[in-house]
Design a protein around this ligand. Structure first.
Ligand code: ZN
Length: 132
């Protein structure tokens, strides 16, 4: 199958998708940052409430870890989305970084910041799994 670039109309469409996701991720990160600083202020300097809450600490910690993980995911997504925008500017958008084939448009609709085609992604994940 010949590799032909996405049309300008398609590129515009994906650029809009990426910008939308970028906005969502950024506002999520901003909000989470605000929540975190409020939480830090409330829990500082009050030892009695600290002792009182200690019984709940297990679930609190899990929640915190979950939030940290979500934040990491969002940050990674912002990074990938920015990469994708750069690729649109460079005319490289929609190409697999490993084999250079076009990434299926249906896949880009769901993950506009996808870096690999489905085949290569599957292979990469296999590799990672085997390494563990
Ligand atoms: Zn590929």
């Amino acid at each position: 199958m010949a590799v032909k670039p996405l049309s300008a109309v398609k590129l515009k469409h994906f650029e809009a998708l990426i910008l939308k996701e970028l906005n969502e991720s950024r506002s999520y990160i901003d909000k989470a940052n605000q929540d975190q600083s409020i939480g830090a202020r409330e829990s500082s300097g009050d030892l009695s409430s600290y002792a009182f809450h200690q019984a709940d600490q297990g679930s609190d910690t899990n929640l915190m870890e979950q939030n940290v993980m979500l934040m990491e995911q969002e940050r990674e997504k912002v990074r990938l989305l920015n990469d994708a925008l750069k690729k649109i500017a460079e005319g490289l958008f929609g190409k697999c970084e490993i084999c250079g084939d076009n990434i299926a448009e249906t896949r880009l609709e769901v993950i506009p910041y996808a870096r690999y085609c489905m085949d290569c992604k599957t292979k990469e994940e296999d590799k990672k799994r085997r390494r563990k």
